[in-house]
Design a binder for this molecule. Structure first.
Ligand code: UGA
Length: 431
């Protein structure tokens, strides 16, 4: 099929490259001309394993092209996918649909076909597809019949290409024509396909992210119970997760969830419930536990560093909100570092890819490697569980540090082993 993708940010770009790889002819469109120029040269503006290879390959075989701005060439395509950003509105936590609305307006102004399929991929409040349908009626002069679909993305950053090609399921919402188009687009991917209306499809996405965020917050609150009682959260989640009704995934205790999805989507679904005067207490708890989890970690820093913290030198390993991404949006590292800077600490940070020189206004030192970051430091904090930290040579770290103290916010090490090397060691919910 010929597919026009509007918005080549994180979701749109991965979708464009993967759909081209599946054999479709794809045009990726964005208002950011600089980004489009970069993409035309096969350069990915984001770090995502496997993405640049797919870009280069499909640009070369001409299944993938990029363009700045929506124009009449949209009429050469069978369907459009809207993948523009839906940032959180500061005033009420609801998703801002400005870009979705603008895109719908532009599409309806340029489409001259009798019928056209438009699919929403961005994460949106329930009922957005319906609003798009209504806006088309308003702006399209030629009375095109628009078939509206909803096909929310379910990609994890850092695994997006793999997730796209190997999903647990694909959500297909819309009227019959939109459903048929989506089933055609994903014909080559073998997995369960949930075929439904647009509102349910939109809700599945928000509900999935909420359930996953809830599992993480449940684990983190249980890890605090472990901290105060002496139980071991890793063993607790192993035991609990082996119950097939609960399952083991998304039960890793840590410094809390971050990124552009869970924080935004939990607030978005909460805002919907509040708007309709439903009980929001479960949403509130999940969000609050997550916000407090970095404070729980900082309490450990206080406990271990004591009065020396105020003018202490602190090594921070990991800035990204999770491994295999350069994304630091809503990353727990931000809250933790800001708090420590306020206390007067000196921060030596290292992350293998997250480049955040501006994020802390030049107040932290970005080190070239993880060992350099620990030089003369009093305490080492692990915030993101990158593989290189798991494999770090702690004997080398030992030689660098002024005092041997580690707080492991992601439970990457075996406590006994680290302590046997002479480190004082605290982790999340483990004795
Ligand atoms: C999440 C979902 O997993 C995707 O299915 C969804 O498509 C995506 O949001 C989205 O809405 O676009 P993502 O935010 O990339 O994907 O990252 P996850 O791997 O889900 O991790 C989110 C956060 O939870 C990270 O900060 C991670 O460190 C944390 N986490 C995850 C935990 O603290 N514990 C866990 O057990 C799992």
């Amino acid at each position: 099929m010929k597919i026009y993708i509007v918005g080549v940010g994180y979701v749109g770009l991965v979708t464009a490259a993967c759909l081209a790889e599946l054999g479709h002819k794809v045009c990726g469109v964005d208002i950011d001309a600089k980004k489009i120029e970069k993409l035309k040269k096969g350069k990915s503006p984001i770090y995502e394993p496997g993405l640049e290879e797919l870009l280069k390959k499909n640009l070369k075989n001409k299944r993938l092209v990029f363009k700045t701005g929506i124009d009449k060439s949209i009429n050469d395509y069978d369907a459009a996918i809207i993948a523009v950003g839906t940032p959180e509105r500061e005033k009420d936590g609801r998703a801002d649909l400005y870009y979705v609305g603008e895109t719908a307006k532009q599409i309806s102004r340029h489409v001259r076909k009798k019928e056209f399929v438009v699919v929403g991929k961005s994460t949106v409040p329930i009922g957005t597809a319906q609003q798009i349908r209504d806006s088309f009626k308003m702006y399209n002069g030629t009375k095109t019949v628009f078939h509206i679909g909803s096909n929310p993305e379910t990609l994890r950053e850092g695994n997006a290409v793999y997730d796209f090609m190997n999903p647990d399921r694909i959500i297909i919402g819309g009227n019959k024509k939109a459903q048929q188009a989506l089933l055609g687009i994903y014909k080559k991917i073998k997995c369960p396909k949930v075929v439904t209306d647009t509102k349910s499809a939109e809700m599945i996405k928000l509900a999935s992210n909420f359930m996953l965020a809830m599992k993480i917050s449940a684990t983190n609150i249980l890890s605090r119970v472990c901290d105060v009682t002496g139980a071991d959260i890793d063993k607790v989640t192993e035991g609990v997760g082996l119950d097939g009704r609960i399952g083991p995934s998304f039960m890793k205790a840590g410094v809390g969830y971050g990124g552009s999805c869970f924080p935004k989507d939990t607030k978005s679904i909460r805002a919907i419930a509040e708007h309709h005067r439903l009980d929001t207490s479960l949403f509130d708890s999940v969000i609050k536990i997550n916000e407090d989890q970095s404070k729980w970690f900082l309490r450990k820093v206080d406990e271990m560093a004591g009065l020396t913290l105020k003018k202490g030198k602190i090594a921070v390993w990991g800035l990204a909100f999770k491994p295999e991404t350069d994304d630091i949006r809503e990353a727990p590292s931000i809250k933790i570092i800001e708090d420590l800077l306020e206390e007067g600490a000196e921060i030596n940070a290292y992350d293998p890819v997250a480049n955040v020189r501006d994020e802390f206004g030049g107040k932290i030192k970005h080190c070239k490697d993880m060992y350099e970051a620990t030089k003369n430091d009093q305490i080492l904090l692990i915030i993101t569980e990158w593989d290189c930290f798991k494999k770090a040579d702690l004997n080398k770290v030992k030689k660098q540090m002024a005092t041997l103290k580690i707080i492991d916010g992601r439970n990457v090490y075996n406590p006994k082993k680290v302590r046997s090397l002479g480190f004082e060691y605290l982790s999340m919910g483990r004795p």
